[in-house]
Design a protein around this ligand. Structure first.
Ligand code: FAD
Length: 449
């Protein structure tokens, strides 16, 4: 009988356990559903719609090259699947297990009506298998990572099934979904990306050449020291097991694999705390700034006009390319939360809409970590010094690239052009001085005690 393969954040043919299982049972109907309703406020953001359009295009071609068709439908996924199953006479659905709360809701809803088979494979290990000595779930990264390492290496990646007998059904036209925004035209700065499985493989290949330098170079935003695999991983265009095995034997790979461990930990965290993007793991009781002045500051932050070069470079890189260097994400997030005293959830939402790698688990865990509200987080009172960080991590070239007003400045003044009287007239004044901001944040923290 025909089975349905429900693609979600697993847009790959290689190492896809759901696909391999479905193909082993007979004809397969490949289905992707654009579901803006089940996730509600967490529906896919603007930058990821761009990515999704291109990733589905790539997936459609890859399936066509194997003689099949990717069927596209729109609506509440649990309802759409039941309708399609009736239409084509399928009773079994295969899908990859995901941990976002809305997918868990959809899965629970579906499981009452159809034979839903969920397969692992989007993580190094299924987070629910990583348990404490007493059988509970971890809430802190380091012991989680230690326990995860004990289960590794992950299974060998599966090859693309050789012959697949494809089913068929009526499909929406991808262009009718209008995933590509016309204003702003994201595609301009986004052309550094190649969404899809081949693009993911190419990124991995590029990274294989410098894994050994990762630990030393990853914190320097002027260099491309990290893998840039995050959007591919989010959309499941490549599996963590594939990456793990590709790195086999490479020296210096552990610090990188540990970051993949953070990704697993974030999935574990959203499974344990489904409201992690909204509710603080540890309440600070802090009074965030609100009103017009805070709104203006927030807007300046989103557009990269804070008067802090490293923050502005990061926020403009994000707006232009849909991605930001990890060190700069920490600095920009800390600046919003501590220098501007704005609720981290506003920043989380901005990232959600503008990142091509926006991920419910990774984004929330990291915002809560910087805010000091996560269960596993640094302290609120550890306030990053953006100007010092910029110099320490040699961000001159990065700033010159993303903040054209500062392109003519030399390294000795570029990190702090206002403090060193070198700021050109067209570069914004700082929204607040570092010392003043620090005192305001600490006072707000004391008032909350
Ligand atoms: P690499 O350094 O090459 O790491 C490899 C992979 O490990 C990444 O692709 C990613 O999947 C994972 N990873 C790396 N760092 C982290 C981390 N700190 N937490 C969880 N997973 C990690 N990452 C996202 O994927 N989506 C987000 O929405 C996101 N939001 C963030 C928000 C803030 C405020 C901060 C500080 C970090 C956020 N990160 C997020 C984590 C990290 O910045 C990105 O994963 C990383 O910069 C992606 O670049 P890369 O693929 O070159 O990373």
């Amino acid at each position: 009988a025909l089975t349905i393969l429900w693609f979600r954040q697993d847009l790959r043919l290689a190492d896809n356990h759901a696909l391999t299982a479905a193909a082993g049972e007979g004809p397969v109907l490949a289905l992707y559903i654009l579901d803006d309703e089940t996730p509600g406020d967490d529906r896919i953001g603007g930058a990821q719609r761009w990515w999704l359009h291109h990733s589905l295009t790539a997936m459609g071609k890859a399936i066509a090259a194997k003689g099949g068709k990717l069927v596209l439908r729109k609506g509440k996924s649990a309802q759409v699947i039941r309708a399609v199953a009736d239409e084509v006479g399928a009773s079994r659905i295969h899908a990859t297990r995901l941990y976002e709360p809305w997918w868990q809701d959809a899965d629970a809803d579906l499981a009452d009506h159809v034979d839903l088979q969920l397969h692992d494979g989007n993580h190094l290990a299924p987070p629910r298998d990583i348990l404490t000595g007493s059988g509970g779930r971890y809430r802190i990264f380091t012991p989680f990572w230690r326990a995860l390492l004990d289960t590794l290496p992950p299974r060998d990646p599966l090859p693309v099934p050789r012959a697949i007998d494809w089913g068929d059904a009526k499909s929406d036209k991808l262009d009718d979904w209008q995933l590509l925004p016309t204003r702003p035209d994201w595609s301009l700065g986004f052309d550094l990306w190649s969404p899809g499985e081949d693009g993911a493989k190419a990124r991995l290949k590029r990274f294989l050449g410098h894994v050994g330098n990762y630990d030393e170079r990853r914190n320097f935003p002027s260099e491309r020291g990290s893998s840039e695999l995050s959007p591919h991983l989010h959309f499941g265009e490549i599996s963590p097991a594939t990456i793990w095995h590709a790195l086999d034997g490479q020296s210096g790979r552990m610090p990188f694999l540990r970051e993949l461990g953070w990704r697993d930990f974030a999935a574990n965290s959203m499974d344990v705390f489904p409201k992690i993007a909204r509710e603080q793991g540890r309440s600070l009781g802090l009074r965030w700034r609100g009103g017009k002045a805070a709104d203006d500051d927030f807007h300046a932050w989103t557009r990269g006009r804070t008067g802090y070069p490293i923050v502005d470079a990061g926020m403009r890189q994000l707006w232009t390319t849909g991605w930001m260097h990890n060190r700069v994400r920490m600095i920009a997030a800390s600046f919003l939360i501590k220098h501007l005293l704005i609720d981290w959830r506003r920043g989380e939402r901005w990232f959600w809409d503008t990142l091509v790698d926006a991920d419910y688990g990774n984004n929330s865990v990291n915002w809560q970590w910087v805010a000091g509200t996560g269960v596993d987080a640094s302290l609120f009172t550890r306030i990053m010094a953006p100007l010092g960080q910029s110099g320490k991590f040699d961000a001159g070239d990065y700033i010159r690239q993303w903040v054209p007003e500062l392109a003519a400045l030399h390294d000795d003044v570029i990190h702090d052009p206002h403090g060193l009287d070198a700021a050109p007239a067209d570069y914004p004044e700082p929204l607040i001085g570092h010392r003043e901001a620090r005192e305001r944040a600490l006072a707000a923290y004391r008032a909350s005690r």
